[in-house]
Design a protein around this ligand. Structure first.
Ligand code: NAG
Ligand code: NAG
Ligand code: NAG
Ligand code: NAG
Ligand code: NAG
Ligand code: NAG
Ligand code: NAG
Ligand code: NAG
Ligand code: NAG
Ligand code: NAG
Ligand code: NAG
Ligand code: NAG
Length: 448
């Protein structure tokens, strides 16, 4: 399934609001809790070890890895669901988690059917695709209230099948593909051997191939969602006032919309961070006026990439302004696969964006986990977007000089407003001056 369908689902369930409300701030956390396992970032209410997670379901384990250069893996409480590193996403702040499973069932003599249950209790399966290998059985989905009498797929095998051959096409010959496209609380499969067959007699049936005595379920991809589910709704959680999850100031509560059980928290508009920890929601502190790395590359083909934008870690003023130079020869500069940058204008705080796939007007925003959306659309095919340095008023920004973006002398601070409200502040050279108001070295100079 394409990422767009996923995007669609996300919108259907109103998660976009969440994405806006839940952007993270890496500094908000629970004391003394590990925030990383390999390439996976984690924040409360998820965590490793006692005191670091809010409810047993949100307890994670970090598997030290099998030596070599393999990074350690992060597993959910069931021990078989692996949390995949997803660039920029922090488990606990993002409600959507990319996961993987790989599970093997060993067949035994005299047993004609087997079950597999993937049940993560507080989680909801959003969608997934699985390869199931093995020989001569039908696969049924067990769903409450449904008959389940029609096999989802069937595996049949010629005697000389090998696992490599089976996996090559995964077309029903020793391997079949299952797709779960609907939102379900759990996922249960039943495998029924053909002809009331029974297995486990390796020598007689296996013919050297494990396909005859094992069933292996491996995901190609899968996504899950989580909710706080110890109370059914926000109002119940606030009423009872025990262990209410939205503990930060400037946070609020959402009811879960999928199965009507549970709730989740978000920072109020204008605040970013972790609503699940005390003082977790803060005003935007994501802008760094100083380029942290030296010798940053400042162009992609013939497009110049001035500060506050950048191509490498430490070269942009904030995460949201880090761009990808996909192909310098072709001047292919991107925010992400769907958004190509045509130009950057620091004098007027504009950026030209070409959309490579279709978006609705209300999807034009650029969502980077942990960041507010600071872009505001203006045009059509090549969209000229105004951007703001941070979601702060000029007054607020000026109060904290260490994060103030308008570092050039002869520059001033201006507000950026969209039709939906205030976005943040930008910088501009004073009249009669030209240059980059966001830098000292290439700053605003007199034009006369
Ligand atoms: C965190 O660890 C430090 C040093 O190990 C300890 O002094 C402190 O009490 C711990 N804080 C909490 C909240 O456990
Ligand atoms: C983990 O992150 C490091 C550095 O960011 C990167 O080089 C490596 O390829 C990543 N590994 C995986 C498995 O994503
Ligand atoms: C299932 O098969 C895959 C692919 O061959 C393999 O990597 C994985 O280890 C198997 N899973 C288990 C639990 O054995
Ligand atoms: C499989 O699950 C069904 C109900 O979902 C149950 O009746 C059956 O006993 C289970 N079979 C095994 C082998 O666990
Ligand atoms: C899934 O797990 C939860 C909690 O452990 C349990 O209440 C529920 O009945 C399980 N669902 C199935 C279908 O086994
Ligand atoms: C399930 O469906 C089959 C075929 O449509 C039917 O014969 C059977 O009676 C149904 N069973 C139940 C319990 O509804
Ligand atoms: C398996 O057997 C079939 C016919 O029995 C034959 O056509 C095929 O080439 C064999 N495949 C392999 C990989 O030996
Ligand atoms: C399915 O894949 C197998 C090998 O994995 C191949 O031999 C067979 O021709 C394929 N069948 C179809 C209908 O494509
Ligand atoms: C599933 O099967 C397809 C071939 O149809 C293959 O490309 C893919 O790598 C397989 N995935 C896993 C996890 O084995
Ligand atoms: C399947 O085989 C078992 C054991 O051989 C037998 O007890 C059972 O009645 C058979 N079931 C069917 C539906 O034939
Ligand atoms: C920026 O902050 C203001 C409050 O100063 C808030 O009203 C607005 O919604 C915020 N914008 C974003 C994108 O968070
Ligand atoms: C980069 O773009 C050029 C010109 O369009 C093309 O010839 C080249 O193959 C591209 N390189 C890569 C790595 O895609």
């Amino acid at each position: 399934m394409s990422r767009h369908c996923v995007t669609l689902l996300v919108i259907i369930f109103g998660l976009l609001q969440m994405a806006v409300a839940l952007y993270s701030n890496p500094s908000s956390t629970h004391p003394n809790c590990t925030e990383r396992c390999g390439n996976v970032s984690i924040q409360y209410p998820f965590g490793f070890g006692s005191g670091c997670f809010r409810q047993p379901d949100f307890s994670l384990t970090c598997d030290g890895g099998g030596g070599g250069n393999q990074p350690p893996k992060t597993f959910l409480h069931d021990g078989i669901t692996e949390v995949l590193p997803d660039s920029g996403v922090t488990v606990g702040l993002s409600r959507l988690i990319d996961v993987a499973i790989s599970h093997t069932i060993f067949m035994a003599p005299g047993i004609p059917s087997y079950n597999f249950s993937w049940n993560l209790s507080s989680f909801t399966m959003l969608d997934g695709s699985f390869n199931v290998t093995g020989c001569d059985f039908d696969i049924y989905r067990q769903e409450p209230g449904k008959n389940g009498s029609i096999p989802r797929c069937t595996n049949s095998c010629p005697q000389n099948i090998t696992e490599t051959v089976a996996r090559q096409n995964c077309n029903g010959t020793g391997c079949c593909r299952l797709y779960v496209g609907e939102v379900v609380p759990d996922f249960q499969l039943k495998f029924v051997l053909h002809n009331n067959d029974t297995r486990g007699d390796h020598d007689a049936l296996s013919n050297g191939s494990t396909l005859w005595n094992t069933i292996n379920i491996t995901s190609n991809w899968a996504q899950i969602l989580w909710d706080i589910d110890d109370q059914p709704t926000c109002s119940r959680a606030k009423d009872k006032n025990i262990n209410y999850a939205c503990v930060s100031n400037y946070s609020h509560c959402f009811d879960a919309e999928l199965f009507d059980i549970g709730y989740r928290c978000g920072c109020n508009s204008g605040y970013v961070g972790n609503p699940y920890v005390v003082d977790g929601c803060k005003r935007d502190e994501g802008y760094s006026p100083n380029q942290l790395k030296e010798n940053c590359s400042r162009s992609c083909g013939n497009i110049s990439v001035p500060y506050p934008f950048g191509l490498e870690e430490g070269c942009s003023a904030r995460k949201l302004f880090k761009l990808n130079c996909r192909n310098a020869t072709a001047s292919m500069l991107q925010f992400d696969d769907d958004r190509v940058v045509a130009f950057i204008n620091v004098a007027e705080s504009l950026v030209g964006i070409r959309f490579t796939s279709h978006f609705e007007d209300d999807q034009l925003g650029i969502y980077v986990p942990g960041e507010p959306d600071l872009f505001m659309g203006l045009g059509e095919s090549v969209v000229s977007m105004h951007w703001a340095a941070a979601n702060l008023t000029c007054d607020e920004a000026l109060k904290n000089k260490s994060q103030y973006a308008c570092v050039s002398s002869n520059s001033k601070c201006l507000g950026v407003n969209s039709k939906d409200g205030y976005i943040g502040y930008r910088c501009k050279c004073l009249d009669g001056f030209q240059g980059n108001p966001y830098t000292i070295s290439d700053g605003c100079e007199g034009t006369t």
